[in-house]
Design a protein around this ligand. Structure first.
Ligand code: MIG
Length: 643
């Protein structure tokens, strides 16, 4: 049972939905109340510390320092403090197993055996609700946590197809080039993202009419080819009298306010903007309904960006220090955005609340705003993923992991981050495949795709001015068609495992240690369990055609060469495994099965009922539906028996 202990007057974040037992004190933590509130717990030498969701450094958080404070910072290195989301769960795994969720929307510092202190310290302001979790294993604790935070968002089947994106697609012909490029090369594709240039001067919910004279007709024509358009929506609304979104926002006081009580102004892509005050239910309803302007044109999916919120400069901080990097704890320098977080207010139940105090919830509430209304507007399930997040937003949408780079280290970080994201409920997630910044070469792209095949969100995205990285542009692009075809063949499994995990309050991607108790498995960070049957060991090193793989038990090794599967038995123990760039090797756990289907160019062509089973198990429980229905229930599970 989970225990809830209240310190001060915590802000109700909405993260925890389930029942907890109210208590006066924590079992595993000492608390010290000074200027800040500090929680302390000792670590044994062999303890692993899991959690923190979207954070750097790996599955085991030991040795690091992390700050929950949603930040737009593209320099994803192991010493960065804050990413785009805040997910304050930590789980200590050793002789004892216990976890704690620090539920507060303001800044939290986690120091986990930092400077070899031999302890964890968690520092925050005095107001926090702590959920203490106990269980017989870390996995049990995580499952208990997942049951408390409510069911994960479930996207439509097409959102499990492959998506192509790039900042810089402007006109219809840019999208045609992508659609034609993929279809002509027979590389599967289900959706293309529209980045900020589809809008009229970056104004939310507008469409640039010169570039898209008839977006509705265009979306329909792409839809006939099995491709959907997924536009971006930014948090800031351009100050533009005459624009309906702006005017309505101003008339109803829907925007955040400044010290003087006027609307807060800050510059982002559209120039000066106001930020919707998502803390007000009426604002969420209004803003969510604005998506109608695009769903009316046939759009069924969105990505929400800049919702930490990112701020380039404001009336307070000025344009000249706009490029100050995000701060370190020691440095005096603070980014503009951080200063601005003390310069605007929300109206929360009639109270003026400084943004800084509730900062980590802003993006989550934007996701909620969109998700709640899209659910009402659209007849079918929608695609939605966000950059900023807090626990709770996972019920309305997924997240992508922001502005990574085309570097091998970033692929490694993607691999290690996935299980942590699953621990905090964000099942539908993934990174910019190939890397956002920088220039992605052929080898890195193929290896990255071979990993992304297994992540629920599989999207190739890159930044303005970088080398073009659509798969059809690379030499011998049949290799790319081959790797991506695996995704489509595995869809019956990926979709079924995802939905079962969501319905069952489970993880979709897990560390090996959550299933295998031996010390060797406990330390593995470069292999993952994907669903209940598959283990992967991605190739994440440049120039390497072989790698070491640890098999905790006998498994079936599956080798896919872009066309067909070949299976062989592999004994437990250490192996050296080879894979060419056009190959993907994965493993099926002992006694388990994986349903696979025929290849397809898009999910429209995928028949989830037409499967064969790989692996040495006797049966598989497959979740199947039409991929769109809102009625997602365990009744849609069918039992497949090996003949
Ligand atoms: O300041 O919309 O993370 O995916 O391409 C950059 C342009 C704004 C940041 C997102 C990225 C997107 C980009 N956006």
């Amino acid at each position: 049972m989970a225990k809830e202990v209240i310190f001060g007057t915590p802000f109700e974040t909405g993260a925890i939905l389930g029942e907890t037992e109210k208590a006066d004190s924590l079992e595993h933590w000492q608390t010290e109340q000074g200027e800040k509130l500090v929680f302390r717990c000792p670590l044994a030498e062999n303890d692993i510390v899991y959690g923190l969701g979207e954070q750097v450094r790996g599955i085991d958080k030991r040795g690091g320092r992390y700050v929950s404070y949603n930040t737009d910072n593209p320099n994803h290195t192991d010493d960065m403090l804050s990413m785009y989301g805040s997910h304050n769960l930590i789980v200590v795994d050793g002789d004892k197993h216990f976890g704690a969720f620090f539920d507060t929307p303001s800044r939290v510092l986690f120091e986990i055996d930092w400077q070899n202190s031999g302890e964890i310290t968690v520092t925050c302001d005095g107001n926090v609700k702590v959920i203490e979790l106990t269980g017989e294993s870390s996995y049990a604790i995580v499952k208990e946590f997942l049951s408390l935070i409510g069911r994960s968002y479930i996207p439509p089947l097409w959102a499990f197809g492959f998506g192509q994106s790039r900042w810089g697609y402007k006109r219809q012909k840019d999208f045609d080039e992508v659609a034609d490029g993929y279809r002509n090369a027979n590389i599967p594709l289900d959706w293309i993202c529209m980045d900020i240039d589809y809008m009229d001067r970056f104004i939310d919910f507008t469409v640039n009419k010169k570039r898209f004279p008839d977006l509705k007709g265009y979306a329909e024509s792409l839809r006939k080819r099995g491709i959907r358009l997924v536009p971006i929506v930014d948090a800031g609304v351009k100050i533009e009298p005459g624009n309906d979104t702006y005017d309505t926002g101003v008339q109803n006081n829907y925007f955040c306010t400044n010290h003087e009580g006027g609307f807060f102004k800050a510059a982002v892509w559209p120039g000066m903007t106001h930020f919707p005050d998502f803390f007000q239910p009426a604002v969420r309803e209004w803003f969510g309904n604005e998506y109608r302007k695009l769903t009316d044109l046939g759009i069924e999916g969105f990505w929400n960006d800049m919702n930490e919120p990112a701020i380039f400069y404001s009336e307070y901080t000025g344009i000249f220090n706009a490029l100050t990097p995000a701060p370190t704890l020691e440095s005096e320098k603070e980014s503009n955005a951080y200063k601005d977080y003390r310069n605007f207010y929300h109206n929360i139940n009639g109270q003026r609340v400084l943004h800084e105090k509730v900062h980590n919830l802003y993006g989550a509430l934007m996701t909620q705003a969109a998700g709640e209304q899209l659910d009402k507007i659209l007849p079918n399930r929608y695609l939605l993923f966000s950059r900023a997040s807090y626990v709770g937003a996972h019920r309305y949408g997924g997240i992508w992991t922001g502005d990574n780079a085309s570097e091998w280290d970033h692929l490694v970080r993607n691999v290690k981050m996935m299980p942590s994201l699953n621990m905090v409920g964000f099942l539908y997630s993934g990174a910019d495949t190939g890397g956002f910044g920088g220039n992605c070469g052929r080898e890195l792209m193929l290896r990255w795709l071979a990993f992304s095949v297994f992540t629920p969100l599989m999207r190739n995205h890159s930044a303005l001015l970088t080398k073009k990285q659509e798969c059809f542009r690379y030499a011998d692009n049949e290799d790319f068609a081959g790797v991506i075809s695996l995704r489509y063949k595995l869809l019956p499994y990926i979709y079924s495992e995802f939905v079962k995990a969501a319905l069952g309050g489970d993880m979709y991607i897990k560390p090996l240690s959550f299933e295998y108790g031996d010390e060797r498995s406990r330390r593995v960070e470069d292999q993952l369990l994907v669903g209940d049957s598959i283990m992967i060991a991605p190739f994440v090193q440049k120039g390497r055609k072989t790698r070491e793989v640890w098999l905790p038990e006998d498994m079936t090794e599956v080798r896919y060469d872009g066309k067909s599967f070949s299976c062989q038995k592999a004994e437990s123990g250490e192996h050296t495994v080879s894979a060419q760039l056009n190959e993907v090797v994965f493993y099926i756990r002992k006694g388990k099965c994986v349903p696979v289907t025929r290849g397809a160019q898009c999910t429209d062509e995928v028949n989830l009922d037409d499967v064969v089973l790989l692996g040495d198990g006797k049966e598989y429980r497959q979740y199947v539906d039409d991929g769109l229905t809102k009625r997602v229930s365990a009744d849609n599970i069918r039992l497949l028996r090996r003949k």
